[in-house]
Design a protein around this ligand. Structure first.
Ligand code: FES
Length: 108
C-alpha cells in the first residue's frame, strides 16, 4: 500500500542540492539530479550523522563525515559503505514531488 505525501514543488529543488524535509515525523533528504529526484533518510546508516550536509554528484551521494557513498538509484554502496542506504519511492505529478516514506525501493 502506498502513502504518497506532497513534499514540494519540483521547481523548489536546486540541482545537486541536498534538502531536508519532515514528512509526518520522518526526516528525509531530497536530492535533484537533472530530471531525477531521490529521497532517503536524513540519518546516515553509518553513525547517524545528517546526510543533508553531504554532497551529490549525478546519482551518487557522499556522506560528509566519513565519505561513505551510495548510488541513489538503488541505495547500494559505491565505495566503502558497509550498509546500503534506504531509498524512498518518489513520483512527480503536476510539477510537485511526492514521496512515500512508508515504503522503500527494492531491487531484489
Ligand atoms: S556518519 Fe556517514 S559515513 Fe560515517
Amino acid at each position: 500500500m502506498s502513502d504518497w505525501k506532497r513534499v514540494c514543488a519540483i521547481g523548489d529543488l536546486v540541482d545537486k542540492d541536498l534538502k531536508e524535509f519532515d514528512i509526518d515525523g520522518t526526516r528525509i533528504v531530497v536530492t535533484r539530479s537533472g530530471a531525477d529526484v531521490f529521497a532517503y533518510p536524513l540519518r546516515c546508516p553509518h553513525m547517524d550523522e545528517p546526510l543533508s550536509s553531504g554532497m551529490c554528484d549525478g546519482a551518487t551521494v557522499t556522506c560528509s563525515f566519513h565519505l561513505w557513498q551510495w548510488d541513489l538509484r538503488t541505495g547500494e554502496s559505491t565505495g566503502e559503505a558497509e550498509i546500503d542506504l534506504l531509498i524512498y519511492p518518489t513520483k512527480q505529478e503536476d510539477g510537485a514531488l511526492f514521496v512515500d516514506v512508508s515504503n522503500v525501493l527494492s531491487y531484489d
